[in-house]
Design a protein around this ligand. Structure first.
Ligand SMILES: O=C(O)C1=C[C@@H](OP(=O)(O)O)[C@@H](O)[C@H](O)C1
Ligand SMILES: C=C(OP(=O)(O)O)C(=O)O
Length: 426
């Protein structure tokens, strides 16, 4: 792929039906739970992308079989063992879900990744693992690289966890907890962002027969087996965001196929969020259909529960007919990049007026202009640039290959959707 992508501009309404691959977050959980289960599990329509391939590779390094079968993954648990080296790439899911599994392995497991991974916050997880009886060498950094010295078992029990910088710290501990001698009785030291992702973890555990309950201060997981289970993965609804946004920006119509009736994915909130921005949203026999009017309304919202959606929503805000205020997302500064800073730079480059808040952004429209934008090694910044490019002729993105993290063929899919002629919208 070329190093600079000129994103398609579109003056006429888009009319498209889009099918998307499996959810990154559900695939990561399914892989981990299948690896800890009491027999083989088949994962149907898993996401195949850098983050999930790294998770599969990490589990293989610990002795788990993850085999290809058609488009499926068949996961067969093995005796977890070190020594092993785990490349977490830039994946928060691998950074936070793998260490509690590594603690169950017999032998040391070293976790490292991309330069930016070494900056992503993880002290809450390291401290919690230590309190649960696990030796972790992190050179006092609380970040990667670190080594988990597994002894084949984890004591577990009561632990107070600082997960204010990432819900994945809670999810990682809960996912492995049934295999700890005493399970886990997890109390939160403070707030936690992205609660739907914790609910997703709880649901994934229950689907595998794990006894997990909400307590006053957190969650309790009883020790016990994790049931083997075949599962079909939902499509990735966060990756649906840019495609649905295209309907708003162009006054067109986009349907994302196989939209689940109920979901814990944060993308499940897109109907309300895009509705608030002026879209008409409906469920059809095919999926979720979003129709735009040609005008984008500003958004005032706390996105703390759905932080993943912020880059695409912020791009829409730059194209809205008023001032938007997005809050509750200070933790995005520890994501693939400091997303609030990156969005400030990108939206300002195309002419919007942006104010950074400690926990969010105020975005006011301005006269739009072409710009060459960075991708910040962040898949969702490429998605945001693509949305801007629909309305602003001449938007270019450097290194769009960042999309490999969760949707490797995003650029081809986007170009194909925009290459179709305007349909006669009834
Ligand atoms: O558990 C998960 O699968 C995720 C949780 C969220 O992490 P944070 O709580 O760190 O934002 C989300 O942003 C990330 O993309 C995926
Ligand atoms: C924050 C994200 O990813 P990660 O799982 O690496 O935290 C994301 O996909 O938006």
């Amino acid at each position: 792929m070329s190093q600079v992508w000129t994103t398609p501009h579109r003056a006429t309404p888009v009319d498209a039906v889009v099918a998307l691959p499996g959810s990154k977050s559900l695939t990561a959980r399914a892989l981990v739970l299948a690896a800890l289960a009491d027999g083989p599990s088949r994962l149907v329509r898993p996401l195949r992308a850098r983050d999930t391939d790294l998770m599969a590779a990490a589990l293989r390094a610990l002795g788990v079989s993850v085999d290809e079968d058609g488009g499926d993954w068949v996961v067969t648990p093995g005796g977890l063992r070190g020594p092993a080296e785990v490349d977490a790439g830039l994946a928060g899911t691998v950074l936070r879900f793998l260490p509690p599994v590594a603690a169950l392995a017999d032998g040391p497991v070293r976790v490292d990744g991309d330069p930016r991974l070494r900056e992503r916050p993880n002290a809450g997880l390291v401290a919690a693992l230590r309190d649960l009886g696990v030796q972790v060498d992190d050179g006092g950094r609380g970040r990667a690289p670190f080594t988990v010295h597994g002894t084949g078992r984890v004591r577990g029990g009561a632990v107070t966890v600082d997960a204010s910088e990432s819900s994945q710290i809670v999810s990682g501990l809960l996912l492995a907890a049934a295999r700890f001698d005493r399970g886990v009785d997890l109390a939160l030291a403070g707030g936690v962002p992205s609660m739907p992702h914790v609910e997703m973890t709880v649901e994934s555990l229950r689907e595998r027969g794990v006894d997990v309950v909400r307590t006053e201060q957190g969650w309790r997981v009883a020790p016990g087996p994790v049931a083997a289970r075949d599962e079909v993965l939902e499509p990735d609804l966060s990756n649906a965001a840019p495609f649905l946004a295209a309907a708003l920006v162009t006054g067109g119509r986009v349907t994302v196929r196989d939209w689940p009736a109920e979901t814990t994915q944060p993308g499940g909130r897109l109907d309300a969020l895009l509705g608030a921005m002026g879209a008409h949203v409906e469920r059809t026999g095919e999926g979720l259909r979003v129709t735009g009017s040609g005008t984008v309304r500003p958004l005032v919202a706390d996105l703390g529960e759905v932080g993943e959606l912020t880059p695409v929503l912020a791009a829409l805000c730059a194209l809205a007919d008023g001032t938007s205020r997005l809050t509750g997302v200070g933790h995005l500064r520890g994501h693939e990049t400091d997303r609030l800073q990156a969005l400030d730079e990108v939206l300002t480059s195309v002419g919007a007026r942006v104010e950074q808040l400690p926990d969010g952004l105020v975005v006011a429209p301005g006269p739009l202009r072409a710009a060459r934008l960075g991708s910040y090694a962040d898949h969702r910044m490429v998605h945001a640039a693509a949305v801007l490019g629909l309305a602003v002729d001449g938007v270019e993105v450097r290194d769009p290959g960042a999309v490999s993290k969760t949707l490797p063929d995003f650029v081809d899919r986007w170009n194909a959707m925009l290459a179709t002629p305007a349909g006669a919208l009834p």
